[in-house]
Design a protein around this ligand. Structure first.
Ligand SMILES: NC(=O)c1ccc[n+]([C@@H]2O[C@H](COP(=O)([O-])OP(=O)(O)OC[C@H]3O[C@@H](n4cnc5c(N)ncnc54)[C@H](OP(=O)(O)O)[C@@H]3O)[C@@H](O)[C@H]2O)c1
Length: 241
């Protein structure tokens, strides 16, 4: 079988780097990985790194120009970028803490990149036999599931992300019959993002990044076209939008 071509956006983060490592170890895929500023944690003969600030629209064009030199198609595109604390402020406990600056930054980092990425990678995915497009969302972005409130900017930006993914799944489901576009919930994972919020998480519910990577990979590799448009948790269960 031809090796898969996989693009992982935010491969310098806790989950993104573990997923890149997992794919390189367990498959013969070529991995195209993006970072913004962090040190590059993974190195491998089948891995290429590209700089991408997901908030800078021009960067997407530069990325696809560089990818064009390497590949004619991508099979999987996985966006692992996200932010919970914004401008070194922990998420809002109540409405008084909401600021336009933090709300807009959340949307720029958690929502907008998936839309711009979809726009720019479409020509690559169209040339795949079974294209898969996934973004790591979060259960707290589910409107159905919201019983606690708080975390306004993060919840709103992830809910908007979920709508973006649902929309893309509908458009691409018509355009590419074997495509699959999904939102993923990774479970609480021990990364920089979750570090300030781990105190009350039971030990068993805090996953090491490589455990999360294995669970998400299992979902990604078993996707079928009928899974298009699902919001899927790490254990394979559906989350209401
Ligand atoms: N960890 C959890 O418990 C948990 C739970 C639910 C959902 N999630 C979601 O899982 C995803 C991955 O989170 P994580 O836990 O792996 O967090 P993380 O370790 O903090 O990684 C976040 C990643 O986002 C990147 N990033 C942030 N702003 C960026 C920008 N403007 N341009 C490019 N890259 C940018 C970071 O790049 P730099 O390092 O270069 O800044 C880093 O690669 C996020 O979407 C998060 O919301 C995580």
């Amino acid at each position: 079988m031809q090796p898969l071509n996989v693009l992982i956006v935010g491969a310098s983060g806790g989950i993104g780097s573990a997923l890149s490592q997992h794919i390189l170890t367990h498959t013969n895929a070529n991995v195209f990985a993006t970072y913004r500023s962090a040190q590059l944690r993974v190195q491998h003969a089948r891995l290429r790194w590209y700089a991408l600030d997901v908030t800078a629209e021009n960067d997407y064009g530069s990325l696809t120009m560089s990818l064009n030199v390497e590949v004619d198609h991508l099979d999987w595109v996985i966006n692992c970028v996200g932010a919970l604390s914004i401008n070194e402020q922990t998420p809002e406990k109540n409405i008084k803490a909401v600021t336009s600056n933090n709300l807009m930054t959340s949307i720029q980092v958690n929502t907008m990149p998936t839309l711009l990425l979809a726009k720019h990678v479409l020509p690559f995915l169209r040339r795949s036999d079974a294209p898969r497009f996934a973004t790591i969302s979060a259960r707290v972005g589910s409107i159905d599931d919201n019983e606690l409130g708080g975390w306004y900017s993060y919840r709103c930006s992830k809910a908007a992300l979920n709508m973006a993914l649902k929309n893309i799944s509908i458009e691409w489901g018509r355009l590419m019959k074997r495509s699959c576009t999904i939102a993923l919930h990774p479970g609480t994972t021990d990364t920089e993002l979750s570090l300030p919020f781990q105190a009350n998480v039971p030990e068993k519910q805090l996953f090491a990044p490589d455990k999360t990577a294995g669970l998400l990979f299992h979902i990604l590799e078993n996707l079928r076209p009928e899974d298009n448009g699902r919001f899927i948790a790490y254990d394979g269960s559906d989350i209401g939008w």
